[in-house]
Design a protein around this ligand. Structure first.
Ligand SMILES: [Zn+2]
Length: 488
């Protein structure tokens, strides 16, 4: 095979890199309020007189009286109907249109011609060897770029976005204007909520091919999270006019609707936040107070967690809803829609201690997500949020100590995944254990170790590895130590 044929074959195949968010976060329902507002949310359930749903920072409840209907799957439930009391039917995938449209076509090597994937892992030695030949000629350079793209796509499929992004950047280091590397890098930036970074890659890609529909689609996504639906839709409509796509049309229709709703909101901005509110119901001075509180928490968390999110955080205040982290259920950040924190503030006209605490709890999750990108065990995420926001424990320490003493506690290792499967009592225990474990680490090892743990997770290590490396301990020992810590 001649070198030319070889090289062509490498880039001939088109592969769909589907946006990878945890499957559980792709399911959503629409809650339609009596005032006409729609909330697209996960894990919507109706219990007694409340409607619960999952938001970025935790479980949120609304009085059922505010809710007109809940659209789940094909069925429409009315909260007062007996059907709504039963377990919800399988919810409709969240932002299905989002997911489909994000299956941007990226030209990647058809084959792993250089053999960089071995034993179900990236062979870094092999990759380095291929890369070291990059300056020998055009073919070698393209082979090196392709090898990095193979590695990036491999990691992306394993949902290791940070590592995938690293390999895409390496491809760009060799060939900074490779359109496929630029598009893949931008795609991964968006997954990682690094929107400004995504724009940098996309502007360069656009300068190479102004009307490439994939580039326009991704520009729409980046702008959606930075500036909102209006600007995003301009790019998506342009992409669709150049290359009509039913998936994109669905996305445009959804976003048109959102634009109409959010269009009624006014925006305020501070250094690190974009705050949206409905002007008539939330006063100028209250929203200023909220921004000041958010900025104060931001500074605290920047110091406490030794990390600064690079992108502004969007917070949307909904006046006619009641915010309550009452069930203290878990949050699982990861869906793209969760780039925005939605805070219902009902009946409040000025800052309260409780609201301030809730905002801080939410913000811890945003910080953790930006740093660790969905790889943080739930117990650590929720423990940090509770400890940093100074919440009262969900279960009194003395009661929790008794559970440990009689071995009726939940092993910490089992609290790595979502708490959603738990009933409310088990969930309260899960929250209390999480808080106790994080407080114990802070008190016994030092607060700085909490930031070391985040860095270790961000580097792709598991919690088991992290505990062993930092504290020479295991999950089993952690359980014993938390029990002892509570008895102290
Ligand atoms: Zn939480």
């Amino acid at each position: 095979m001649s070198p030319n044929n070889h090289s062509r074959q490498l880039v001939a195949a088109t592969l769909l890199v589907v946006f990878f968010t945890p499957a559980s976060t792709l399911r959503a329902d629409t809650i339609i309020l009596k005032n006409g507002r729609r909330i697209v949310a996960e894990a919507v359930s109706v219990e007694d007189d409340k409607v619960f749903y999952e938001s970025e920072g935790g479980r949120v409840s609304l009085p059922k009286s505010l809710v007109e209907t809940i659209e789940k799957d094909d069925k429409v439930l009315t909260p007062s109907s007996p059907a709504a009391r039963q377990q919800a039917p399988a919810p409709k995938p969240r932002g299905e249109a989002f997911k489909k449209a994000l299956a941007v076509e990226i030209q990647v090597p058809q084959k792993d011609a250089e053999g960089v994937i071995r034993d179900n892992a990236v062979d870094e030695d092999r990759l380095n060897a291929v890369a070291s030949l990059a300056d020998k000629g055009d073919l070698e350079r393209q082979n090196a770029v392709n090898a990095y793209l193979v590695a990036a796509v491999f990691e992306a499929r394993k949902q290791r976005a940070a590592q995938a992004s690293h390999w895409a950047e390496e491809a760009l280091r060799i060939s900074g204007r490779d359109p496929n590397a630029l598009i893949l890098a931008a795609h991964l930036d968006i997954v990682r909520q690094q929107y400004t970074e995504a724009l940098n890659h996309l502007f360069l890609a656009q300068s190479l091919g102004p009307d490439a529909p994939d580039v326009l689609v991704l520009l729409g996504y980046a702008y959606y999270f930075i500036e909102g639906p209006e600007k995003a839709n301009r790019y998506w409509k342009r992409a669709n006019s150049l290359h009509p796509d039913p998936r994109l049309q669905e996305l445009i229709a959804e976003t048109d609707q959102e634009e109409q709703i959010e269009g009624k909101f006014t925006q305020a901005q501070s250094n690190h936040f974009i705050l949206s509110r409905e002007g008539s119901e939330i006063s100028e001075s209250f929203s200023r107070q909220i921004l000041e509180t958010l900025e104060q928490h931001y500074r605290d968390l920047e110091a406490a967690l030794d990390f600064s999110p690079r992108e502004p955080l969007t917070v949307i205040l909904y006046p006619a809803q009641q915010f309550a982290d009452v069930t203290r259920s878990p949050s699982w950040v990861g869906a793209l829609n969760d780039g925005k924190v939605r805070v219902p503030v009902q009946g409040l006209s000025s800052m309260t201690t409780e609201l301030s605490r809730v905002l801080k709890h939410e913000m811890v999750h945003s910080f953790v997500h930006r740093q660790v990108q969905g790889r943080c065990p739930t117990w650590f995420n929720e423990g940090l949020a509770q400890v940093e926001s100074g919440e009262d424990p969900a279960v009194p320490p003395a009661t929790l100590a008794k559970l440990y003493a009689s071995s009726r506690h939940i092993p910490l290792e089992r609290l790595e995944s979502s708490f959603m499967q738990f009933d409310s009592i088990t969930a309260a225990v899960a929250y209390a254990e999480s808080q106790a474990a994080v407080a114990m680490i802070r008190d016994k090892e030092g607060a700085y170790q909490l930031t070391e743990m985040l860095k270790s997770l961000a580097a792709g290590r598991s919690m088991t590895e992290t505990l062993r490396r930092l504290f020479r301990t295991s999950y089993e020992e952690m359980d014993e130590n938390v029990g002892a810590y509570l008895r102290r």
